[in-house]
Design a protein around this ligand. Structure first.
Ligand code: MTE
Ligand code: HPA
Ligand code: MOS
Length: 750
């Protein structure tokens, strides 16, 4: 089945927040944000702006009737700054005007006086100054101290991976409408409708039942709308509370880039110890996460870095520590992989360094250390149904790695100004929110009396095609055709207390709830059908819009059963709740079984570097990926390709840059380059690994949203290999992204 939105998408008919017809009296909001990264606010003069014709009112923290606080994990983030600012782009006020043009004009008329304070932009600097979000976390397994002394080889190094802009096509935005008796309705482009509802209620000082949040779909989220869609919706909600008129706020691209957080940059220090036969005996890392000026999701992201610090390798002695470093950047946030990619990059660098120093190929070390059944992760979970070796060796065999390597080395022998590189990148990614209590979802199914079905869940459609998967589950369990099923918007009054659509778990969690609800409805409908057919319920099944008796099609249709159920006053609606079984985690011991399962795979990446200009092309990425039993291979391969492109962008060309004063320099698409069709890999080949799938996955179809992003790390090492082929003196920096500028410098360093 195609993505059910594809028809309206290509015709430009799909609705997003910005497409909503707004009320005639609706006003437009615009955020006024800090023009300095750190300082004391001495005074703000709004008088000229307020006097401008068409400006309705300007809101500040003084207008908050509840709490001026939006921090989710730690309450350390005001909605609007009070007497200090902590990052360039921090919201200070909210202008509400008749038009966007007027609001912009007003914004330029605001005068602020700030007494500047020292600005910290890097995690290293923050650590030196003792500036942290919270206490550090450490995972450990075995004993690293003793084991380093028994290692044949021990190497240390430092790595850096930069941030990444989400660049969702649809910028952040919302439309808020007053309802009766102080209630409000928020349409938001958020991955977390409940988070928006809860935060709006807290800031407005009203109960959650007075806030309805509706999400139509997102033009991409990628983690950037898990937490950071909230402030805009809440600002508009405060204005609506005071004005009793609708307020709409869509951020323009510049404002969105400047005011929102991104993937966290990490500086890391590793120590790796190996035996003579290249087994990794011990591994230590200190991760410095650049969290930005407030916690946002940083503590959870830091935790996932620790969970993925050994990637798909078994290391018997591990000690990893992560510091969430407080800096004067916009609070960094969730981004596809959620700290996992940053963790995995470091062990790949450590392996690369060891390989260089010992004088073996990187893949020799990777291969002998791949996870096996019953190996223990540093957090205590025992690996089962492990596909690390299977995906690795399948990739080597199916894609004829030896032949590919031969082609690369032949090419390099024959060419002076172009060099190729090739790398392998295995992945293992844990599926579940690492915070166990978040792993639940609900579905509400209505069968209407004409036999059509409406499905509501907590899942937010953001392009990952979760709605198509939900439809497939409903249609499958109910045995009806796709055109009988409609996916409703995600709405907090229909499905409450939801976790955000994130952690690649949306389809699993919400799909299981849909499955449960549909199964309950079928149980009820079987009773009705059994009377119609004078047959026993256990012999009946629903398929192709008909009732089947002993697997033989009867002449009783789905619609006839529904009509009869109405006459018999049988309930045709059902609500189900799913909570992932088995998983648990004890933070006091940093041990447990946090993941329902892991997703595995291996990518082979081949690149060509132009050694005169420093530019490069990704010739091919060949992937063996563990989809389990994919319920929709078209969609799933689309997720692999999209995530791969995003991972390659992070590792190669996307370069976030802040000035020493904390101002975002890469603040437009002219200064921030993301992969386009010309820089995407020329060939992407994805082969599904044949496995049994996993019962914790919806219809045994494993989660696919985030894991393939980390295949992009392979591009970094393929480029590095090509640079080394040209310049024997090149000293690896382990500093991502590997931009053409860095490549050029590397090609000619002495
Ligand atoms: N794919 C598209 N097209 N757009 C997105 O915003 N977000 C990614 C991934 N794939 C995203 C996407 C992220 S960060 C996550 S966590 C998952 O989708 C969320 O959806 P899922 O849980 O249904 O996989
Ligand atoms: N992944 C993604 N988003 C999250 C998580 C997680 O593990 N925990 C909280 N939000
Ligand atoms: Mo994805 S980073 O969990 O929204």
């Amino acid at each position: 089945m195609k993505n059910i939105d594809s028809f309206t998408h290509v015709r430009g008919e799909s609705l997003f927040v910005d497409d909503l017809m707004i009320r005639q009296d609706a006003l437009i909001g615009l955020c006024y944000d800090s023009p300095k990264a750190h300082g004391k606010i001495i005074s703000v003069d709004y008088s000229k702006a307020e006097a401008l014709e068409g400006v309705e009112r300007i809101f500040t923290y003084k207008d908050v009737l509840g709490e001026n606080q939006i921090g989710g994990i730690i309450p350390d983030e005001p909605l609007w700054a009070e007497d200090e600012v902590h990052f360039w782009g921090q919201p200070i006020a909210f202008i509400v005007a008749k038009t966007e043009a007027i609001a912009k004009k007003a914004r330029a008329l605001i005068n602020i006086e700030i007494e500047e304070l020292p600005v910290i932009t890097t995690a290293k600097e923050a650590k030196e100054k003792g500036s942290f979000i919270n206490a550090p976390r450490s995972f450990s397994l075995g004993n690293t101290n003793d084991s380093f002394s028994n290692c044949e080889y021990v190497f240390e190094g430092e790595t850096f991976s930069n941030g990444q802009e989400h660049l969702y096509l649809e910028t952040q935005g919302c439309y808020v409408v007053p309802q009766e008796n102080g209630s409000i309705k928020i349409t938001s482009s958020t991955q977390g409708p409940t988070q928006v509802q809860k935060t709006a209620a807290k800031v407005l000082g009203i109960p959650m039942h007075k806030v309805e949040v509706d999400v139509i779909r997102l033009g991409g989220g990628f983690g950037g709308k898990e937490d950071q869609a909230t402030p805009w919706a809440v600002m508009a909600a405060v204005a609506v509370q005071h004005l009793n008129k609708p307020v709409k706020y869509m951020l323009n691209r510049h404002d969105d880039l400047r005011m929102t957080g991104k993937r966290h940059p990490y500086s890391s220090f590793f120590k790796i110890g190996l035996t003579k036969d290249l087994k990794i005996k011990a591994f230590e890392v200190e991760f410095l996460q650049n969290s930005g000026a407030a916690a946002d999701l940083s503590p959870a992201i830091a935790e996932r870095t620790l969970f993925h610090a050994t990637n798909s390798y078994f290391v018997p002695n591990v000690k990893t520590t992560v510091y969430s470093c407080k800096t004067n950047l916009p609070p960094n946030t969730a981004f596809r992989g959620f700290g996992g990619p940053q963790g995995m990059f470091v062990i790949e660098c450590a392996i690369a360094k060891a390989a260089d120093e010992i004088g073996v190929d990187r893949k020799e070390i990777q291969e002998v250390n791949l996870l096996a059944e019953n190996d223990e992760f540093s957090y205590g979970q025992i690996a089962n149904e492990v596909q690390a070796k299977k995906s690795w060796f399948t990739a080597k065999e199916k894609f004829q790695l030896e032949k590919l390597e031969q082609e690369v080395s032949d090419f390099n022998d024959k060419n002076i100004h172009f060099k190729k590189g090739i790398s392998l990148m295995p992945i293992a990614f844990g599926i579940s929110f690492t915070n166990t209590p978040m792993n639940h979802a609900r579905a509400l199914i209505h069968i209407y009396q004409d036999g059509s079905v409406g499905v509501s869940t907590g899942a937010v459609e953001m392009g990952q095609s979760v709605n198509t998967k939900m439809l497939q589950v409903a249609q499958d369990v109910l045995g009806i055709s796709a055109d009988k099923v409609k996916l409703e918007t995600t709405n907090t009054t229909r499905v409450a207390n939801t976790s955000p659509s994130a952690a690649s778990s949306t389809a699993d969690l919400n799909g299981k709830a849909v499955e449960m609800a549909c199964n309950s409805l079928i149980d009820r409908l079987k009773v009705v059908a059994s009377k119609l057919l004078s047959s026993e319920e256990k012999n009946l099944s629903f398929k192709d819009d008909f009732v089947f008796n002993d697997d033989k099609k009867t002449d009783v249709t789905w619609n006839a059963v529904i009509a009869q159920a109405m006459l018999e006053r049988v309930a045709l609606s059902e609500n189900a709740h799913y909570a992932t079984p088995i998983i648990h985690f004890d933070k006091s011991k940093e041990k447990g079984h946090p993941f329902a399962y892991h997703v595995y795979g291996t990518a082979i990446t081949i690149v060509t570097v132009d050694c005169l200009r420093g530019i490069y092309e990704i010739d091919a990425v060949k992937i063996v990926h563990d989809f389990g039993k994919s319920m929709n291979l078209g969609i799933d391969i689309g997720q692999v390709e999209g995530a791969l492109a995003q991972g390659i962008g992070w590792m190669t060309m996307e370069e976030i840059s802040y000035g020493k004063d904390g101002r975002l320099l890469s603040n437009a698409l002219s200064t921030y380059k993301v992969p386009d069709i010309f820089s995407a890999p020329k060939i992407v080949e994805t082969i599904p690994l044949e496995t049994e799938g996993n019962d914790m996955a919806i219809q045994k179809s494993k989660a696919v949203g985030e894991p393939p992003l980390m295949y992009g790390i392979g591009a970094y090492f393929a480029i590095e290999q090509a640079v080394k082929a040209f310049n024997k003196n090149y000293k690896p920096r382990y500093h991502a992204p590997f931009t053409p500028e860095k490549v050029l410098m590397g090609l000619y360093e002495k």
